[in-house]
Design a protein around this ligand. Structure first.
Ligand code: FES
Ligand SMILES: [Fe+2]
Length: 343
């Protein structure tokens, strides 16, 4: 049998530089330098005059990390030989050459890069971004409360973690200790709408709402309708909105997977809900529950032996129950600029 064509995507693929990635929570970046890895490279982030700026964490002289340098109001001074750089990246002084020496053109920092703060998170695109930051309209709606999950580091390729977020067939198996026990094993057909390199997948079904207090008083039926809406923006920005049609409750979870290093990814997630009435305690419990679910997922994801995420259709055996994740894989290929005529 011919070997399967894999076309593996790893976390250091250069093409991923042309997309937004989350690198921190906004509250974690202040005026002191924070080194952060992205796509296997090292960057340094800091806040100046309220704005987040970023450079590659590498001095052009002998490659010392800038983050160990001295950051002043007007410039950063490398900790190795004292070269000084302005925050536009240009070198302004090389102490070993003496005052007024001419500065070589190549003595510039790599950066500053385009940084955007949104949803309480810091996004960066190293090259011109080929996709927008995902829209989460619930975030700005005053009827919704927002909770941030802890940040997880996972030993898995980012694309697998995104695929896992969009996968619905694993619930009864991986999540049997949390919500998966009563979940249907058979995956119904999702309605998928593609738009450019993004897509939305929707599915409405009946489920037993044991969390609804009005079920216990008899005002609501136990079996209720629920609509799931998954959204994807490349490369790894995802949301799941759950509409509880009997109660008007909406639970949205946003999931950003950052390809940090060779095989390590970072998960930033937030929970946006309109059914907690501003209760910090209830949000704390909801966040802790979501974290438990992520830990269940990571037990499977971190056990993989993969050498990268197979992008070609032949890399996995997919069935019609895998339509959403198959669409993800195909859209990701399109976003990365691959020819998909073999699909
Ligand atoms: S390595 Fe930065 S000044 Fe020499
Ligand atoms: Fe899961």
């Amino acid at each position: 049998m011919a070997p399967r064509e894999q076309n593996l995507l790893d976390n250091r693929d250069e093409r991923l530089s042309s997309f937004y990635h989350v690198v921190a929570k906004s509250v974690d970046i202040d005026d002191s330098p924070t080194p952060i890895s992205l796509l296997g490279k090292d960057y340094v982030f800091l806040r100046r005059e309220g704005k987040v700026i970023a450079f590659e964490d590498r001095c052009p002289h002998r490659g010392a990390p800038l983050s160990i340098g001295k950051f002043c109001d007007e410039y950063v001074e490398c900790g190795y030989h004292g070269w000084k750089f302005g925050f536009d990246g240009g070198c302004i002084e090389i102490p070993a050459l003496g005052k007024d020496a001419s500065i070589p053109k190549a003595a510039t920092l790599s950066g500053p890069f385009a940084v955007v703060e949104r949803y309480g998170l810091v996004f960066i695109a190293i090259d011109e971004p080929k996709a927008e930051i995902i829209e989460i309209e619930e975030f700005d709606d005053p009827n919704f409360d927002v909770g941030y999950l802890e940040t997880f580091d996972a030993r898995q390729y980012a694309a697998f973690l995104a695929d896992n977020f969009l996968d619905v067939a694993h619930f009864p198996f991986v999540h049997s200790s949390t919500f998966g026990d009563g979940e249907e094993k058979v995956v119904e057909d999702f309605e998928i709408v593609e738009e450019g390199t993004s897509f939305t997948a929707t599915y409405e079904h009946s489920f037993s709402n044991r969390e609804d207090p009005l079920v216990h008083t008899g005002e609501h039926e136990l079996v209720q309708r629920r609509r799931l809406t998954y959204r994807f923006v490349p490369p790894f920005q995802l949301t799941l909105r759950i509409d509880f049609l009997a109660t008007g409750g909406v639970n949205t979870i946003a999931f950003f997977v950052t390809p940090s290093a060779e095989r390590s990814s970072r998960l930033y997630s937030l929970l946006i809900r309109n059914d907690l009435g501003g209760s910090k305690l209830a949000m704390g419990e909801a966040v802790a529950y979501e974290e438990k679910i992520i830990i269940e997922d990571l037990a499977v994801q971190e056990a993989y032996h993969a050498k990268g995420f197979p992008l070609s259709a032949t890399g996995f055996v997919s069935t019609r129950a895998d339509r959403v994740t198959s669409t993800f894989r195909r859209k990701l290929r399109e976003a990365l600029g691959e020819d998909i005529s073999d699909e």
